[in-house]
Design a protein around this ligand. Structure first.
Ligand SMILES: [Zn+2]
Ligand SMILES: [Zn+2]
Length: 144
């Protein structure tokens, strides 16, 4: 590919510098918020870990049905950016409702499964589509 670029001038340099400064300031502000946790009460009320609270999320525009990863309850979301846990399980387990990490990013030894309010028995997700036939052609270990 050949891409002819236009000659740079002072207006370009200023516009680029302005945008780069904005990006830098956003990153610095976000890093500071990740360290200081200034909205801690709001964040805990929203049941989000530091990363999810300060994350800018990208999501597809599609109503999405999914299940809670703890109690298997059905949940509906207006985009593909779904939560991992229902609000009740997130609260009971002190986990981030969006990603499922510890709410304060502490290193856990247990999830405390006993406290999960069981709604429906957990069913394994549907099987993935079959592997390409090349995988199926491998000889089984028990064949002579
Ligand atoms: Zn749940
Ligand atoms: Zn999270």
């Amino acid at each position: 590919m050949n891409w002819k670029q236009k000659e740079i001038n002072l207006a370009d340099v200023r516009a680029l510098t302005y945008r780069r400064r904005q990006s830098r300031d956003l990153i610095v502000a976000r890093a500071k918020a990740l360290v200081d946790d200034p909205d801690r009460q709001k964040r805990l009320q929203a049941q989000l870990c530091l990363m999810c609270y300060h994350d800018t999320r990208l999501a597809g525009q599609a109503f999405t049905d999914t299940n809670c990863r703890a109690c298997n309850k059905d949940m509906q979301f207006s985009s593909t950016d779904v939560d991992a846990l229902c609000p009740e399980c997130a609260r009971a387990l002190k986990l981030c409702r969006h990603c499922g990490a510890d709410l304060n990013l502490r290193w856990r030894k247990v999830v405390a499964v006993a406290t999960i309010p069981k709604v429906t028995p957990f069913e394994p997700p549907p099987l993935q589509p079959a592997w390409p036939s090349a995988v199926l052609l491998l000889p089984r270990k028990d064949t002579p």
